[in-house]
Ligand binder design. Structure first.
Ligand SMILES: NC(=O)c1ccc[n+]([C@@H]2O[C@H](COP(=O)([O-])OP(=O)(O)OC[C@H]3O[C@@H](n4cnc5c(N)ncnc54)[C@H](O)[C@@H]3O)[C@@H](O)[C@H]2O)c1
Ligand SMILES: [Fe+2]
Length: 385
């Protein structure tokens, strides 16, 4: 093990098989989860890469076939889901292997969720109150998750993000049975990410940890996980950006991504409520968009978070409290060539009123430490331009 990355089995709360090369265990875990005819769901670009062929080879050698569905767009929508369900039913599959970044992981989950529901729309399962009880839980197929980015943490979550192609709204679809039966976190799978995806996904993990850490809700376990997650990102994201093949640093980023998603049960905030509508309307990359608005959201929340950020800075070895922390975020953005503002991402001033309305409808608002109103949110969007 010259790379020095240890193998570990975690259940926090998903069973996570962490370690370099553990993709080779995919068929064994799929069988243990009761799958005999899995459908591997990934996106169009990943479908052409050797890592996907490797995963399919492992399944085939294990006697599970090599069925693939890859008609998945970034920020996937209900049409991708419908096409996937058709393939799933036609192939008489009995479970989904979600393989990829957040887009493929989430769409795979949606196929597992909706393939055999009757008389139910996926939008009826939005993460509101107890809407998830509308689904027939016995008809939800098991999911195995294999992340190939280190950012969303969808591999440890019970939700998927689906974009409504008619309204351009991103909806969080929730069901407890969307929790993967097993997750394989193999850092080697993330080595081939394009540089700007390494940067953007890593900043998504940071945004999850930061927003969870700042959310006012009570969840001390998440608080601790979020803090250490931030440390892992600050120390390892610049390394993987410079040295894509550094497996130790890739491993730490994979951990940070899973930690961010465990932590954000405590809440998200304005970074995500702004980023969701921008991603849904303009198709921008989710984590990159988060990175763009992060400093402005820190300023927006400053009155409520100065004390907790001072404490985080002390743990992170950053001098200067809140100001030092903000400066570190700016430094990291510069190292990763993140666009300076939303205008640079193509956002148009004439859309800001609409985006403000959409941001206020986003469930992430509830976790923001400063109450978001039409007036202050519009001003925040202005600051992000
Ligand atoms: N479920 C959740 O809890 C959750 C949380 C945050 C974000 N999301 C959602 O996740 C999506 C974003 O996911 P993402 O940031 O992982 O990006 P992504 O899944 O959209 O992937 C981005 C690009 O990277 C490519 N790619 C992925 N892994 C690669 C690899 N190893 N090698 C080469 N190319 C690779 C993909 O083909 C794609 O072109 C958004 O839709 C967002 O809303 C979900
Ligand atoms: Fe996110």
């Amino acid at each position: 093990m010259s790379h020095g990355v240890p193998n570990r089995n975690w259940s926090y709360p998903t069973a996570i098989k962490f370690g370099v090369g553990r993709i080779e265990e995919l068929a064994d875990h799929a069988k243990a989860a009761g799958l005999s005819r899995p459908l591997l769901v990934t996106d169009k670009a990943l479908a052409t890469l050797p890592i996907t062929a490797q995963a399919l080879d492992v399944l085939e050698r294990g006697g599970l076939g090599r069925a693939l569905f890859s008609d998945v767009d970034p920020n996937p929508n209900e049409n991708n889901m419908a096409n996937g369900i058709a393939v799933y039913r036609e192939g008489h599959h009995d479970g989904v292997i979600c393989f990829g970044g957040g887009s493929a992981l989430d769409l795979g989950k949606m196929i597992a969720l909706m393939a055999h529901q009757e008389g139910l729309s996926v939008w009826d399962l939005e993460d509101i109150d107890d809407w998830w009880t509308r689904a027939d839980a016995a008809r939800i197929a098991p999911v195995i998750a294999v992340p190939t980015t280190a950012g969303t943490g969808s591999e440890v979550g019970r939700a998927g993000v689906l974009t409504n192609s008619a309204t351009h709204k991103k909806k969080i679809i929730f069901h407890p049975k969307l929790m993967p039966a097993v997750t394989i976190c193999d850092p080697a799978l993330t080595v081939g990410m394009p540089k700007f995806i390494t940067a953007g996904t890593g900043m998504d993990a940071l945004a999850h940890c930061l927003e969870a850490y700042c959310s006012p809700h009570y969840h001390p376990m998440s608080q601790g996980i979020a803090l250490e997650g931030m440390r892992l990102v600050f120390e390892n994201l610049p390394v993987v950006y410079r040295e894509p093949g550094n497996l130790m640093a890739r491993g730490h980023m994979m951990s940070a991504a899973a930690m961010g998603a465990v932590a954000f049960q405590k809440g998200l905030g304005a970074i995500h409520s702004l980023s969701h509508p921008v991603g849904a309307v303009y198709g921008t990359h989710h984590g990159t968009t988060n990175a763009v608005v992060m400093p402005m959201v820190l300023d927006f929340n400053r009155p409520a978070i100065e004390g907790v950020i001072d404490r985080a800075a002390a743990y992170l070895g950053i001098k200067g409290g809140f100001d030092g922390f903000r400066a570190r975020v700016m430094e990291l953005r510069a190292e990763l060539a993140i666009p300076a503002n939303l205008s640079a991402m193509g956002v148009k001033r004439e859309d800001l009123d609409m985006l403000t309305g959409m941001a206020l409808e986003d469930p992430s608002c509830g976790g923001n430490p400063v109450t978001m109103t039409r007036e202050n949110t519009r001003a925040l969007f202005d600051a992000c331009m």
